[in-house]
Design a protein around this ligand. Structure first.
Ligand code: AP5
Length: 219
């Protein structure tokens, strides 16, 4: 089953992905994580992507679409019964069209799009307070979800970091870019009849519960 997690930066896409993976047979494809992996390994792709990500702009479609399929195609038979979570992809109409075409070529389809509804003010508070573990990827928030020991990952003991694009200026631009280039996908998937909205302002466990309810509706 293929599910898109669609929502503004900080809406809770990564947090919900982790909960789904904890509870179900599921795997996440996060284009943001793939770019960050390439940046930390100083690959050619990473260097190109960094210039856009640091400003809160989208990485160009031609760098993003192939990368998505590379990752998707490596999942193969091992994940044929898994829920595949598309986190942060698509983000433009042309990415959405490329996804439709690629799915058709593979005799697959997008089964559901989960749209997270969250106000800008909350997004800014969440992102500027987010801390992440560079080792295992766990996500925290300085007040909403602090680690047991300040700045130390509960899961692996690594020192937490603030993402380079979680500064107030970059966060504000990411939200602007989302409103301009990505929010059109709400209508795109509504017209296809596969979009389901969830209230992303609820606590993570309740957001997960809403996800489970939506999943039941299509099963
Ligand atoms: P990406 O890594 O995809 O970032 P994003 O979409 O901006 O989303 P975030 O990861 O910041 O937020 P999230 O919704 O996952 O929230 P989270 O769960 O972490 O993309 C980064 C960049 O890469 C882009 O700007 C772009 O440059 C590039 N890029 C990536 N994909 C691309 C594409 N397809 N095309 C072109 N460019 C692309 O939660 C955030 C915080 O809130 C955390 O602290 C968390 O603890 C807290 N929180 C989460 N849920 C709740 C809740 N329910 N209640 C209270 N707190 C919560």
């Amino acid at each position: 089953m293929n599910i898109i997690l669609l929502g503004p930066p900080g809406a809770g896409k990564g947090t919900l992905s982790s909960k789904i993976i904890e509870n179900k047979q599921a795997v996440q494809i996060s284009t943001g994580d793939i770019f960050r992996y390439n940046i930390s390994n100083e690959t050619e792709l990473g260097l190109k992507a960094k210039a856009y990500m640091d400003k809160g702009e989208l990485v160009p479609d031609e760098l993003t679409i192939d990368l998505l399929w590379d990752k998707f195609d490596t999942l193969g038979e091992d994940h044929k019964d898994s829920i595949i979570l598309f986190d942060g992809f698509p983000r433009t109409i042309s990415q959405a069209k490329a996804l439709d075409e690629g799915m058709e070529e593979r005799n697959q389809k997008i089964d559901m799009v989960i749209y997270f509804d969250v106000d800008d003010e909350i997004l800014i508070q969440r992102l500027t307070g987010r801390r992440t573990c560079p080792q295992c990827g766990a996500t925290y928030h300085i007040t909403n979800n602090p680690p047991k020991i300040e700045d130390v990952c509960d899961k692996c003991g690594t020192k937490l970091i603030q993402r380079a694009d979680d500064t107030i200026e970059t966060v504000e631009n990411r939200i602007k870019v989302y409103n301009k280039q990505t929010s059109v996908l709400i209508e795109y998937y509504t017209n296809k009849g596969i979009l389901k909205s969830i209230d992303g302002t609820k606590k993570p466990d309740l957001v997960y519960k809403e996800f489970e309810d939506k999943l039941e509706e299509i099963n």
